[in-house]
Design a protein around this ligand. Structure first.
Ligand code: GUN
Length: 306
């Protein structure tokens, strides 16, 4: 069996078309949705993500402002910046790119964000709303995964979902979303005994644990839906051969950029066993950004209704 590849880029483009339409309605009413993206330090991956988010804003008609701060920024300085952004009527969404440098108290920063502008869905008020199935902001990556399952008509109801990873950004909120859709959910983590056996019980397997190609064939029940949330880099030709065979596009990546992206799922092994898989890149990644655009537009719509 060769698994069906779930095309996140395609689903993101459909979500983006809806968001652009909602955005143009708001702009016609003189409320252009605005996103403030705060980047602290010089983490290259974070810089790339923030740049992609700003480009998505421009493409869909949202306004964005990227505020880049030095790595030595203090918690107090960041909290003060967030307070000014909370007060700005032209900024409907505030995003502070994670991870933050070690000296910053990330929770204090998240809690300083007005929950009505917390388009990442990280504020405890929004986390609580999600837990209680109330309206709020749902974190973008988990929301993107659910949109992908919906688009491909892969219901969660009554199925066994196993989430590898319990992070506040992905694993925990996604386990709640799956539970709210009546899946039977198991959350696994670094202390889980026999991870592979737990994963093999899944009809829907979510890999969000941050370890390159951890999910090998012994993790995958034949026919399962395998969603890969990981974004890791491989840099050597030997690794490319092990994970992708002689795929010329991957070798070209190494030549050109010095790396190619891979998720938490072994691509060849999973594709040989699963019913559906998501690619990396082009799977969950584009959906995360699409959901951020949607949440920011929703924040502007809600602000209009105030
Ligand atoms: N770091 C990794 N994913 C995310 C995300 O969705 N939002 C923010 N703010 N930081 C992240």
């Amino acid at each position: 069996m060769v698994a069906q590849v779930l095309d996140g880029t395609l689903v993101a483009s459909k979500l983006d078309a809806e968001t652009a339409e909602r955005c143009s309605h708001l702009t016609a009413r003189r409320v252009q949705p605005g996103l403030a993206a705060v980047l602290v330090g010089d983490n290259p991956a974070s810089r790339t993500y923030v740049a992609s988010k700003a480009r998505a804003c421009a493409r869909l008609g949202l306004r964005s402002e990227v505020i880049a701060l030095p790595s030595a920024t203090t918690t107090a300085e960041l909290v003060a910046l967030v307070a000014t952004l909370n007060a700005r009527a032209d900024m409907h969404g505030i995003l502070v790119q994670m991870p933050l440098p070690a000296q910053i108290d990330a929770q204090a920063v998240i809690q300083a964000i007005d929950p009505a502008k917390d388009v990442d869905g990280f504020h405890p008020v929004n986390v609580g709303r999600l837990a209680l199935k109330q309206d709020g902001f749902v974190p973008c990556t988990p929301a993107g995964v659910m949109a992908l399952l919906d688009y491909y008509d892969l219901p969660a109801r009554g199925r066994r979902a196993v989430v590898l990873g319990r992070s506040a950004i992905v694993g925990l909120p996604l386990s709640l979303l799956l539970l709210h859709r009546d899946a039977t959910v198991t959350v696994c983590h670094s202390r889980t005994a026999d991870l592979a056996a737990a994963a093999r019980s899944a009809d829907i397997l979510i890999a969000a644990i941050g370890r390159t190609a951890l999910v090998t064939e012994d993790f995958v029940r034949p026919g399962a839906t395998v969603i890969d949330v990981g974004i890791n880099r491989v840099t050597t030709r030997e690794e490319v051969a092990a994970y992708f065979g002689d795929d010329p596009a991957r070798l070209a990546d190494i030549e050109k950029k010095g790396y190619t992206l891979i998720g938490d799922v072994h691509p060849r092994q999973a594709a040989a066993r699963a019913g559906q898989v998501t690619p990396v890149p082009g799977g969950v990644g584009p959906l995360t950004i699409a959901m951020l655009m949607r949440n920011t537009t929703l924040a502007a719509e809600r602000a209009c209704r105030q």
